[in-house]
Design a protein around this ligand. Sequence first.
Ligand code: MRU
Length: 352
Amino acid sequence: MVKAIEWKDGKVIMLDQSKLPVEVVFIDCTNYKIVAEGIKKLWIRGAPAIGIATAMGIALGAQDIAAKNYKEFIKGLEPIFNTLLETRPTAVNIKWAVERIKKLLKEKKGESADRLKELLIEEAKKIHEEDIEVNKAIGRWGAQFIKDGDTILTHCNAGSLATGGYGTATAPMLVAIEQGKRIQVIADETRPVLQGARLTAWELMQAGVPVTLITDNSAGALMKKGEINLAIVGTDRTVRNGDVANKIGTYSVAVLCKEHKIPFYVAAPLSSIDFSITTGDKIPIEERDSHEVTHIFGTCRIAPADVKVRNMAFDVTPAKYITAIITEKGAFRPKDLKKLMKKEINLDGLRL
Ligand code: MRU
């Protein structure tokens, strides 16, 4: 399984996903500013992966803080937190990672700067390892929705490249295969940055999963022909009422699924659920450079120079289109997320 990110020899090693699948290039990040640049420029992307990158970026930045005591050390972390928080607004995992680290630092109040530096490295590695386990649990809960012979549509990349190393939307597919089910995956190419074509198709082929690439505008026609049995996508932020932000185009897929009575599932680690926001319209949506739309691979222009462009990186799928949200603690109907927040649901084992 390909690893998007790793902490190695005091550095953060990132696979530069912006170059895949043409080139496989790893970048050595030697300071937190390079990590932040990597998140902004999509060398690393996908909500859980950028959460891990944030934790590793903080650990990396912390090593260079010259502080005599706890207070000075915390002060030195502020610009690091802020730089990472400003990279991308939609995926809540960046904020989640910063908050988790702030909580740890509070618990360790009074420790020496040297000890805190060690603890931040340990915590970043722990976040990475936990993510892989979380993904595997999502896979086990999600595989129940896949039958032998199913064809599954996915959008963007919520695979191993977007996470610590197993994927969220792809996890139920991998577990279904382990269970002996024969499945096919259809990957939407996912304009404008082509995460489906460049990343999902690439990583599924590497993992030996049968995958067919389609243009984004083909999904409806295939559904009408009865060639898609279910859809599974990832999420950047899921909110209290069950609305889900994910890669632009996810909403269209969900509406098409409803029209064709095809179940639409969202694989959502708890780290991507934001209970502080009530409804999807309050999720900040990232708007990216027009160049991503007017050019392919940054160099080949495919639109008139100076054409006006709108490049929203994400959209929000209302809860009513979602059959279930698959977390590491079970699969929930979107309306039951509120109960999950209030802990009214036994977290170990709710099934639909
Ligand atoms: O812009 P990207 O490539 O970071 O968008 C990624 C997605 O939309 C993924 O589906 C989402 O982050 C979930 S990844 C498990």
